[in-house]
Write a protein of this length. Structure first.
Lengths: 711, 77
């Protein structure tokens, strides 16, 4: 076997690293604006494109898929060739991966701000973008696995295993969760409804954390920490054990996002058990990362890269301890729907993801440009700004979470809610939200400092695009076999490809059929939405109301007392998508329309409140939605939507699509007429009428004196 | 609720795929040596402008191992 010479191309890794920086700053900035909007609603400038409901999905998508996404691609495109002693499989695929991913991000930003959303958290992008993501992702995987097949090291280093797990699982998650029926070019309905949709969504949502924010970043950790510290990982054996146990456990933990909801108890219990078990492999990773620095702590004192890695890995340990804790039902009863969750995820993203990305970037740029980092002391300042920013962010939110949850649950001696007005419980935590914004400013400032530092670093050197290396050929290859023949020689690769193919085919064919059947209601009085309500619901989704309002009353005395009868699984069978929400910045709306209910408001109140919430209550932090009273509803889309719902199994009568517009107009005229007699001048065809119709429908199906029918 | 059976099916498929990968990895000797790989990644023999290639041949596991093992054994004790 001869020694072979080959060349690494740093171009794509550098592109991705640049993109990580740019999108990182964007994600932090958007997050900061969203945080300010929660304190001062005026920050939305009365513009429909930047209300909290639209900015928050942009923030989460930018942080996860643009910032961390580009970061893990940078790590993968830099480390994979070096670990496998071969250049990347294809320069063309690499370029498509890069530009395709940036195109997805830009499309995401534009469509989300314009209000095109599926209404499912972290999967808000509409179907054309979903398809693009699937294509680019498969191209990435093709490139990754192609590189593996031409490797010159027999052993596959643990980081590569993490990358492979990322590719395979994210592909499956994305495809399963994004099966939707298009209604128009930028509007679709998920095939799942209600409880089904919730289960699929949080199976996806949790594993997006697991396989997008965790496994690839662990792979990054296993390459860059040993490199930066110049010592081997503490225990390679541990890295193998915790890799396999992590991926086997993670995929089952999703239902812990739905504790005390109307999902089946046994599914919730399953999620809890696996979540607790996850402590072991998660901490295996943290211990391995930290102990790699044993005997090298003097380096940590000096080197900002290692400092960031240490805080990052520690944050990983903290949030993976906290996660299982939050999965316990008794803790979740308090933490769910509060800021505790927000604090938890930001320890993960600001601490674990952010710090590892920053450390990697500070390590990579001097190597890209063959110079020293422009300013080490700036990097140290960044380290402190980021660490303090994270703490200023999370700690006040922990207080806020506890405070608000306890206020929601507090009763007076006479048995009434002590804080019946929801707004009081928000105003109490407003100062903590101000601290959170300070944390955000610190974190953003640090990132901007990094941008300047890295630009100066780049300017002081010359980009070394190619690096030569040499290694023995893996084995005497029978020259140039077809790719398929080579694939057959690798049972694992073949299985992975086959698995993906089967999943895509199988899922698309049988899922809709299979699910629609089980969507048949078990509550006889639950009826499909009227055409106007359906349109109103789509506006509710478009404006991102679910980002602040839940629609899931948990079976606690405090919630039943505040909102009304607790939510039943059978109530959501026509909800494509479900809108249970995950954070109550505003009150729950599941029983908003119940006339005899706790929180019922007349049409005229809703009108005034949508147009100017501060008129109804001066301290309200809901942004005004005056455009709803100006913009006309797209009535023509109604028959199409009805037909889409019918093919998803919603039992509208045969041919109802022809009658839908007339029904819609009649109901709108009725509501608008009522408003006019209350002295409000409003046109029948405005969007606000549809939204009010939806509000008044919420929760009414089982509360209007009908009986439950249990099949 | 039937979607949960579907999700379990998908989960089992994914886990099964990984189980297969795990068995392959063990059988093909990936984990026979659970120390050297961690050391090997530390050696880069990239040719940069100033360095001559001959000196940099530490990439081969056998060569790299002895020196580095000594070092880290010293650390352990």
């Amino acid at each position: 076997m001869a020694i072979e010479k080959f060349t690494y191309d740093n171009k794509i890794a550098k592109y991705f690293a640049n993109a990580t920086i740019v999108w990182g700053v964007v994600a932090f900035l958007v997050g900061l604006i969203a945080a300010l909007e929660l304190i001062f609603p005026a920050f939305s400038l009365n513009l429909q494109y930047i209300t909290f409901g639209r900015l928050r999905p942009l923030h989460t998508n930018a942080a996860i898929f643009a910032f961390v996404g580009n970061g893990i691609f940078a790590a993968i495109y830099y480390s994979t060739p070096r670990l496998l002693k071969t250049p990347m499989f294809s320069k063309t695929l690499s370029l498509i991966n890069f530009w395709g991913w940036q195109l997805i991000i830009v499309l995401a930003a534009v469509t989300l701000l314009a209000g095109f959303t599926t209404g499912k958290e972290y999967a808000e992008l509409e179907w054309p973008v979903d398809i693009l993501i699937a294509i680019v992702w498969v191209i990435f995987g093709w490139n990754l696995i192609g590189t593996m097949l031409q490797r010159r090291t027999k052993h596959i280093y643990v980081a590569i295993w993490f990358y492979i797990a990322t590719f395979v699982t994210v592909a499956v998650l994305h495809i399963v969760n994004s099966i939707e029926l298009p209604v128009s070019i930028l509007k679709s309905y998920p095939v799942y409804a209600g409880v089904q949709d919730a289960l699929v969504q949080w199976w996806y949502g949790h594993n997006a954390v697991a396989f997008f924010l965790t496994t690839p970043v662990l792979g990054l950790m296993y390459y860059f920490i040993p490199k930066a510290a110049n010592r081997p990982v503490y225990s390679y054996k541990l890295s193998i054990i915790h890799f396999w146990s992590l991926i086997f456990l993670y995929i089952w933990a999703g239902p812990h996002h739905l504790l005390y909801s109307s999902t089946p108890d046994w599914a919730q219990a399953l999620g809890v058990v696996f979540s607790i078990a996850l402590i072991a492999p998660s901490w295996g990773g943290m211990i391995n990362g930290l102990l790699t620095l044993r005997g090298a702590w003097d380096k940590v004192r000096e080197d900002p890269v290692l400092k960031m890695f240490v805080v990052g890995v520690t944050a990983y340990g903290m949030s993976t301890f906290e996660g299982p804790l939050l999965s316990l039902k008794s803790v979740n009863a308090i933490s769910h729907f509060t800021d505790w969750t927000i604090a938890h995820v930001h320890i993960g993203t600001l601490g674990w993801n952010g710090m590892l990305m920053f450390g990697m970037l500070y390590w990579l740029y001097p190597r890209f440009y063959k110079v020293k980092l422009y300013s080490k002391s700036w990097a140290n300042t960044h380290f402190w700004l980021a660490t303090l920013g994270m703490l200023f962010f999370a700690i006040p939110l922990y207080f806020a979470g506890f405070t608000q949850a306890l206020m929601w649950k507090e009763f007076t001696a006479e048995g009434y809610l002590k804080y019946p007005n929801f707004l009081d419980t928000y105003l109490q935590i407003r100062p903590m939200h101000m601290f959170r914004a300070v944390g955000g400013v610190l974190y953003l400032t640090g990132a901007i400092l990094m941008v300047i530092n890295l630009i100066r670093t780049a300017q002081s050197g010359k980009f070394a695009r190619f690096e030569e290396d040499e290694a023995m050929a893996l084995e005497a290859k029978t020259v140039k076999e077809g790719w398929h023949r080579r694939l057959e020689g690798k049972p694992v690769m073949f299985t992975i490809f086959a698995l993906i193919a089967i999943l895509i085919g199988g899922i698309v064919e049988f899922v809709p059929m299979f699910l629609i059947k089980s969507n048949i209601p078990t509550i006889a009085s639950v009826k499909p939405y009227s055409p106007l309500e359906l349109q109103g619901r789509d506006i509710y989704i478009r404006e991102g109301c679910y980002n602040c309002h839940s629609q899931m009353i948990r079976p606690f005395r405090s919630e039943v007392e505040r909102y009304g009868e607790y939510s039943k699984a059978g109530e959501n069978v026509y909800d494509h998508p479900f809108q249970w929400g995950s954070r109550r910045t505003g009150p729950d709306l599941a029983r908003e329309g119940v006339k005899t209910g706790k929180i019922y408001k007349p049409d005229s109140w809703h009108y005034e409140h949508f147009v100017n919430p501060q008129k109804t209550n001066i301290q309200s932090i809901m942004p005004p939605y005056p455009w709803l009273a100006r913009q006309d509803l797209n009535i023509e889309s109604t028959p199409k939507k009805i037909r889409a719902m019918q093919s998803l199994g919603v039992p509208y009568p045969e041919g109802y699509d022809q009658q839908a517009i007339a029904d819609l107009k009649a109901q709108a005229a009725q509501i608008a007429g009522g408003l006019r007699s209350a002295g409000i001048e409003v046109a029948d065809q405005t969007e606000i009428i549809a939204l009010i119709a939806y509000m008044q429908r919420l929760g009414t199906d089982i509360s209007s004196g009908s009986q439950m029918v249990n099949k | 609720m039937s979607v949960i059976y579907f999700l379990i099916g998908v989960g089992v498929l994914v886990a099964g795929g990984f189980l297969f990968a795990f068995i392959w990895a063990v059988k093909s000797g990936q984990y026979d040596d659970d120390y050297t790989p961690s050391v090997r990644i530390l050696f880069d023999n990239f040719k940069t402008d100033s360095q001559e290639p001959e000196k940099q041949n530490s990439d081969q596991p056998v060569n790299g191992k002895s020196k580095e093992m000594e070092k880290s054994n010293n650390n352990k004790s």
